[in-house]
Design a protein around this ligand. Structure first.
Ligand code: DX5
Ligand code: ZN
Length: 223
């Protein structure tokens, strides 16, 4: 059975002075889960929100939270974001000395383990941890900032990851530059979870239109 299309907006473009309202608006617009871009200023040259911010928003929404940990020490921070209410934790393969152990610990803590691959990282990085994974994120930009240009060369990596995940119960996510002009190609390559920040927030017809439009484009491309 084909995996469902899920829309996971990044909070980066949100108005941080009204973050709770913005997240509620995303939920009302019909998104499937919130993609928290967590940056430590070292793994990437940008700094975002701590677990206390996520925890303060958690009780306002019913949909899932996923934490994209763009951090040098995911073993230290993953438990804090699980405690804050994130049910999926994405760690970067590039930041993990012991990726298998890191993912197993996330699973033991009751969250879904996920691995994110930077554009330079080969898909084979997941080959020995597939049985632990609920989600693989193929970055379609170099991490750190929203509003960047989609790297279409990553589509062949999505195809390869999809081949590697045949028979595994694991979603494939893309993140970076995902919008109306790029989502279909990423979906056709094999992605079923789509992070969108700028494109979703910038839609002149609003969040609900953007969410529905992205979902429709992805579903049509996957059929
Ligand atoms: C980049 C983040 C992405 C990014 C997506 O490091 O992981 O989630 O904010 O934003 P857009 O959709 O604007 O590329
Ligand atoms: Zn992200």
């Amino acid at each position: 059975m084909s995996r469902p299309v899920l829309i996971a907006p990044s909070i980066l473009p949100a108005d941080f002075s009204r973050l709770g309202e913005e997240c509620l608006a995303l939920q009302e617009a019909g998104v499937d889960r919130i993609h928290w871009d967590i940056m430590d200023g070292v793994f990437v040259p940008n700094l975002t929100v701590g677990p206390d911010v996520v925890a303060s928003i958690r009780p306002l929404l019913s949909i899932d939270f996923e934490a994209h940990l763009m951090v040098v020490d995911p073993d230290l921070l993953a438990p804090l974001y699980i405690e804050a209410g994130c049910s999926t934790i994405l760690v970067h393969a590039e930041a993990c000395t012991h990726l298998h152990k890191t993912l197993a610990t996330i699973k033991d803590l009751g969250a879904t383990p996920a691995v994110a691959l930077n554009p330079h990282t080969p898909p084979e990085a997941i080959s020995q941890v597939r049985d632990l994974l609920g989600l693989v994120l193929v970055m379609t930009v170099n991490p750190g900032f929203g509003g960047q240009t989609y790297i279409s060369e990553m589509e062949s990596k999505v195809v390869r990851v999809a081949e590697m995940l045949e028979g595994y119960d694991c979603d494939i996510e893309v993140d970076g530059g995902i919008g109306p002009s790029t989502i279909a190609a990423a979906a056709a390559a094999g992605a079923n979870v789509f992070v969108s920040g700028s494109a979703l927030f910038r839609d002149p017809e609003g969040l609900a239109h953007a969410t529905g439009d992205l979902r429709q484009r992805a579903e049509e491309a996957r059929n």
